[in-house]
Design a protein. Structure first.
Lengths: 278, 289
């Protein structure tokens, strides 16, 4: 009796699996499809753009995959992906690819609004972050210990910041490690002796709304979205879509959509800076 | 007399000391688990709701839910287990019942499984991407993700099942042979049911490893978070979703906590359910037969 029971359970399991596999395989219908791979910084943004594009074009499916910038370049070159995502400008040996900037990423050094310091040069920032300068006195500030706020491993802002200062993350001596932009802004706004860095979009937004932080200029250029957009602000990078040849058909339509005004709210929601496309 | 007394006291204290250490170790382990659970509950419970479980993610995962991701995760798991279980358990039966412990063939198979068990998951991911996704042309799909995971959990399933079968006393096999049962019948009707709890424990370990996998799935089942329409669609697994929310999406911490909470709850439910199932099954067999 128990044997027949077991067999029944087994049969139900097998039926279920066959049903799931078979049913799903039948539902699979090929439609117009676009595959994107590349930078994990760009992927959440492109995923959202793709979702909006899909709702406007119901027959189209856009699969966004990640794996990093170099993977995006490789997959685009060998044809695994139709479009690649790259979180930097193309290098001189990558001129075989076509790049289309969909957004800009810029970060700003932030201090508490009451901090006397109004400017820091690159070497001073390096010294503060590596622990060589530990008091604001050494950079014409008040006599107070500096609280160094760093980003958690894996954040794109951390990568960009380290790249700009030519540092490794292991060289940095942080007092606080924070995750996202709002957390960084809260930390600095709540500590008059803190120094941190966050996405420029988020910082400007909060500073305009009266949060007590100030954005430091870098190399004499004001930290402002406008300066990221015109390319003069040093701590910024373009977020690109790349193709191996001049895009045609669906790929071309998608790239045009990603660069249009219709996606600016999505770009800003992820604290990036939209590019102006006329 | 005094000496004997002193020795007795020493033994008493030593005994107590060991007891205290044992309890301390157990408490530490429980505390780690509770700490993780409380941290997840604090960070994610407020975000949790019925809609969170059934909706698809929106706004890069910061709004909406994890419905489509749960479906993808379960499908990947079903594919992985569907492919790995028959292979693993037959291999275990061969190693435990048909080949002697010292045979060259058995040693080679066992050794290769041990090597497979030590391979980092990202290597499985790259292999899965090269073999299933590109060579077999499955692309970024739930199928290639599930098959990659199947390769990953094979060593755990085989070694636990083999240990379970070996733990059955030889007298059972001899009695069965004396009664004229064939080897296959002994295996199916006698040895496998007795080893069932070990098989279930191995299965749970395998499920745990599969559900928690991120690196192997990034390049195989992919990153697409819409509801999968078929096994050939790309689908994002829950662990990958948590990783993405906490690493790449600003403001994604609350949904990441909530998703992690769901993942832990899911694993707990699977564990409890499987344990109960095995218990019931064994009790019924021993009563009826």
């Amino acid at each position: 009796m128990s044997m027949s029971n077991n067999k029944k359970i087994l049969l139900i399991c097998i039926m279920f699996i066959v049903f799931v596999f078979g049913g799903l395989a039948c539902a699979y219908a090929a439609s117009e499809r676009l595959v994107l791979t590349g930078s994990s910084t760009v992927a959440p943004l492109v995923g959202e753009i793709a979702r909006r594009f899909e709702t406007m074009n119901p027959a189209v499916r856009i699969d966004v995959q990640t794996g990093g910038t170099s993977r995006g370049i490789n997959d685009t070159r060998n044809g695994t992906a139709d479009i690649g995502m790259v979180s930097r400008a193309l290098k001189p040996d990558e001129t075989d690819l076509h790049a289309f900037t969909i957004a800009l990423d810029g970060i700003s050094i932030i201090l508490h609004a009451n901090n006397r310091v109004t400017t820091l040069n690159k070497q001073q920032i390096v010294d503060i972050y590596t622990g060589k300068i530990t008091n604001w006195k050494s950079v014409d500030g008040a006599d107070a210990r500096i609280t160094v706020v760093n980003k958690a491993e894996g954040r794109s802002t951390l990568e960009l910041f380290l790249h700009y200062l030519v540092l490794k993350n292991s060289q940095i001596k942080p007092h606080a490690i924070i995750g996202d932009n709002p957390q960084g802004i809260k930390t600095v706004a709540g500590n008059p002796n803190a120094i941190g860095y966050v996405s420029i979009g988020a910082a400007e937004y909060e500073a305009e709304r009266g949060v007590p932080i100030k954005l430091l200029p870098l190399d004499g250029v004001d930290a402002a979205i406008a300066n990221v957009r015109n390319g003069t602000f040093p701590l910024s990078r373009p977020l690109n879509l790349i193709t191996s040849c001049e895009p045609q058909g669906l790929a071309r339509r998608f790239i045009e959509f990603a660069r249009s005004l219709q996606t600016h709210d999505l770009v800003e929601a992820l604290y990036f800076v939209p590019v102006e496309v006329n | 007399m005094l000496k004997i007394n002193a020795m007795r006291w020493r033994h008493f204290y030593l005994d107590r000391l060991v007891q205290v250490f044992v309890y301390l170790a157990v408490l530490t382990i429980c505390a780690v688990f509770l700490w993780i659970l409380i941290d997840l509950l604090r960070g994610g419970f407020a975000h949790l709701s019925w809609n969170f479980l059934i909706e698809s993610p929106r706004d890069a995962g910061r709004a909406g839910g994890i419905g489509s991701i749960l479906v993808s995760t379960i499908l990947i798991l079903l594919v992985a287990l569907g492919a790995a279980l028959p292979l693993a358990w037959t291999t275990a039966a061969l190693l435990a019942e048909y080949v002697s412990t010292t045979s060259k063939f058995g040693i080679v198979v066992r050794y290769s499984l041990q090597v497979l068990a030590g391979v980092p998951s990202i290597v499985f991911g790259l292999f899965g991407n090269a073999f299933f996704s590109i060579y077999l042309g499955l692309g970024f799909s739930i199928l290639s993700g599930g098959l990659t995971l199947a390769c990953m959990v094979l060593p755990i399933l085989v070694s636990t099942a083999e240990a379970g079968l070996r733990a059955v006393p030889d007298s059972y096999r001899l009695s069965a042979a004396a009664l004229g049962m064939t080897r296959a019948a002994t295996l199916i009707h006698l040895l496998l049911p007795i080893a069932a709890p070990t098989l279930a424990a191995g299965l749970l370990l395998g499920i745990g490893r599969a559900v928690a996998e991120t690196a192997a799935l990034l390049f195989t089942s992919g990153y697409v978070d819409r509801m999968p329409g078929s096994l050939l669609d790309s689908g994002r697994a829950l662990a990958l979703h948590i990783f993405d929310l906490s690493m790449n999406v600003p403001g994604g911490d609350a949904p990441a906590y909530a998703s992690a909470l769901v993942l832990v709850a899911m694993l707990l439910c699977i564990n409890i359910f499987a344990m109960k199932l095995v218990q019931n099954w064994q009790r019924r067999r021993t009563i009826l037969e």
